[in-house]
Design a protein around this ligand. Structure first.
Ligand code: NAP
Length: 190
């Protein structure tokens, strides 16, 4: 069974972006960035990988799920195919203008994710975000890998923006970076 993994950058107060979606408060330099380039290269947008000369080598994930607002982050820069060669799924009820090869999920998001998880082989399914989609898929999240940044925003887009739905996770790994970022990995236990 494939895992749904929410790999995401968060603040100390559980925000993944400012209220308007801006994420410039998150540090973009430091040894945690080197870790991402080394261990999670497929989660770096293709345009950035090209600039940095990183080979698009899927390691941990072969599929990525994005809410429409997350997919739309690249639009001002003309980016509509952010994460090749991953299989990309965009969740939206009202939009459809996606790049060729990207799948659109309009309804039954949990059913769509369960079908992906039941596929016989493959790597993990990366839940990219944002908070709204994470809220819709919360019950299917098997693993959380949180890049905990040493900042607070006070307000902004929540890590998981859904209804009250307790879930229990065990901390299975934690790495501290000189940049102040903690990489915390949790597995669902209930
Ligand atoms: N810190 C990080 O690592 C990180 C990672 C990813 C994203 N982000 C940030 O998160 C922000 C976006 O988060 P967000 O919570 O505003 O939006 P989001 O989850 O990316 O997208 C929300 C949209 O997804 C669609 N959607 C959500 N639930 C759905 C469902 N059950 N069925 C079908 N479609 C569904 C809807 O699109 P329609 O309205 O079109 O129907 C909804 O408006 C961006 O600013 C981005 O920068 C940060």
């Amino acid at each position: 069974m494939r895992e749904l993994v929410y790999f995401v950058a968060t603040t100390l107060d559980g925000r993944i972006a400012a209220p308007d979606g801006d994420f410039s408060a998150f540090p973009t330099e430091g040894d945690h960035i080197e870790m991402i380039m080394r261990d999670f290269p497929e989660t770096i947008p293709a345009v950035v990988r090209d600039q940095l000369g990183i080979t698009p080598r899927p390691s941990r994930f072969d599929t990525v799920l994005m809410g429409w607002n997350t997919y739309a982050v690249g639009f001002p820069d003309g980016i509509r195919d952010p994460y090749p060669p991953l299989r990309q799924y965009v969740f939206t009820r009202s939009h459809g203008d996606v790049a060729e090869g990207i799948e659109v999920v309009r309804d039954d998001p949990l059913g769509a994710v369960r079908r992906l998880k039941e596929e016989p082989a493959g790597r993990g399914i990366w839940l990219c975000g944002g908070g709204s989609l994470a809220g819709a898929l919360a019950s299917e999240i098997d693993r959380l890998i949180l890049k905990v940044n040493p900042i607070v925003l006070g307000d902004g887009i929540p890590l998981i923006d859904g209804g009250y739905e307790p879930g229990q996770f065990e901390l299975v790994d934690s790495t501290r970076y000189a940049s102040g970022v903690l990489l915390n990995e949790y597995v669902r236990r209930g």
